[in-house]
Design a protein around this ligand. Structure first.
Ligand code: AMP
Length: 208
């Protein structure tokens, strides 16, 4: 069954790590607007030049730009088993545009999984990522600004998806394996006919 999943959470919550696992385990396609924008910067394209300063400052690029990137990928990867939206949507306008564009393709957002993490803990995580990957926008000052931007512009999406009954939360502070297992549980529950958790071996055997 095709599934369109939004992985939701602040920067450095572990969305990318979990998205990559879902790609490997479930054959879904990861659509990370951050990765697309970084690729454009690396390629030195017109888009890359336009967004470089914005990303470096930790601000959001315009809704039009990221919506266009997502639509381009939805067209390019028609027939995919499903998509994981990673780092998109980040504003209510983006979420509305995503709903519309999926609707025009007879699809919808099926599930939104929020990785719940604490600000203090991700500040620690980001120092490690900054050392390892050297992303300029991971430096502590810019990162604080990105976190602020998340809280102001992206967190308001939570009630948007909650009102649609699509929001689930998992503890993003746990280890990678535990988080992956919690995500799998949510997806399997949603895939089962009545939204019930999958039955265990004995329950299946004895019909209970
Ligand atoms: P990420 O790798 O998802 O943390 O994204 C890195 C940066 O790219 C963000 O701090 C923004 O500047 C920009 N960006 C990525 N996705 C979006 C989006 N959906 N809307 C606006 N800006 C974005």
């Amino acid at each position: 069954m095709a599934i369109n999943l939004v992985l939701f959470g602040p920067p450095a919550a572990g969305k990318g790590t979990q998205a990559k696992r879902l790609v490997a385990e479930r054959g879904l396609v990861q659509l990370s607007t951050g990765d697309m924008l970084r690729a454009a910067i690396k390629a030195g394209s017109e888009l890359g030049q336009k967004v470089e300063g914005i990303i470096k400052a930790g601000d959001l690029v315009s809704d039009e730009i990221v919506i266009a990137l997502i639509e381009e990928q939805l067209d390019a990867q028609k027939g995919a088993t499903g998509f994981i939206f990673d780092g998109f949507p980040r504003t209510v306008a983006q979420a509305e545009a995503l709903d519309l564009t999926l609707k025009s393709r007879s699809e919808s957002v099926d599930s939104v999984i929020r990785l719940k993490v604490e600000d203090d803990a991700i500040m620690g995580r980001i120092e490690k990522r900054f050392e390892e990957q050297g992303r300029k926008d991971d430096n502590p000052e810019t990162f604080k600004h990105r976190l602020d931007t998340y809280n102001k512009q992206t967190a308001p999406l939570l009630p948007y998806y909650s009102a649609q009954g699509k929001l689930s939360e998992v503890d993003g502070m746990a280890g990678i394996e535990t988080v992956a297992a919690s995500i799998a549980e949510v997806l399997d529950r949603q895939a089962s006919p009545k939204g019930e958790p999958k039955k265990g071996f004995f329950a299946r055997l004895f019909g209970r």
